[in-house]
Ligand binder design. Structure first.
Ligand code: FE
Length: 222
């Protein structure tokens, strides 16, 4: 059974960029529902407990469908919570150099992310990703799709483009949400450790393993 990880900060920690009401709904209702449905689908399917959510996503990616959608949405939200931080820091060191080489500077990266996310049609996610060589790019994916089954794309950051992530706070103005998000919330420490993982030094972010196998995470049953 997969767990719903606790938010890594208080519900009001991202105010005013994201309200406590939005975080309560988004985490306690939307993310929780994906985890609940995922567990129900796995129980219906029977068989052994999967070793990881990443393995479920890779297996289900070929077939698509409900199991893939719920597994990937559970993963995407877990990563999204970690990709935000209440303290606004900056990209430094190797990450800063990679941003410079790939975009010019952080402002240009932000413009590319906002442009891609605002132009994305319908629900989905906008990602900052790195290939194995440390070349960064912006990608958007539809609905639940993510980078877990991609051979050479490690996510550094992600921003949720589903309306439930911004409608209470920004109504239909997705661009304003994206601009505020990029200015205030990216967790550059996570992005830096993901870049190390992409280029072969270190472990990438993983969703908490099922049945509380990952004792380092604080989780509760969904
Ligand atoms: Fe969402």
């Amino acid at each position: 059974m997969f767990m719903l990880p606790e938010l890594p900060y208080a519900y009001d920690a991202l105010v005013p960029t994201i309200s406590a009401d939005t975080l309560h709904l988004h985490h306690d209702k939307h993310h929780a529902a994906y985890v609940k449905t995922l567990n129900e689908l796995l129980a219906e399917k029977g068989g052994e407990t999967p070793e990881s959510l990443e393995a479920v996503i890779r297996d289900a990616a070929r077939g698509g469908g409900k199991l893939f959608n719920n597994a990937a949405q559970a993963w995407n939200h877990g990563f999204f919570w970690g990709a935000m931080s209440p303290k606004s820091d900056q990209a430094e060191g190797d990450l800063r150099a990679a941003i410079k080489a790939s975009f010019g500077d952080a402002a240009a990266l932000g413009e590319a992310l906002v442009k891609e996310g605002a132009a994305h049609f319908g629900s989905g996610w906008v990602w900052l990703v790195s290939d194995r060589a440390g070349k960064l790019s912006i990608k958007s994916t539809h609905d639940a799709h993510n980078m877990v089954a991609e051979a050479d794309a490690t996510p550094l950051l992600v921003c949720d483009l589903w309306e439930h992530s911004y409608y209470l706070d920004y109504k239909n103005d997705r661009k304003a949400y994206l601009e505020a998000w990029f200015k205030e919330l990216p967790n550059w420490s996570l992005a830096a450790s993901q870049l190390r993982a992409a280029t072969g030094t270190g472990e990438g972010w993983r969703y908490p393993a099922p049945n509380g196998q990952d004792s380092s995470s604080t989780s509760r049953a969904a």
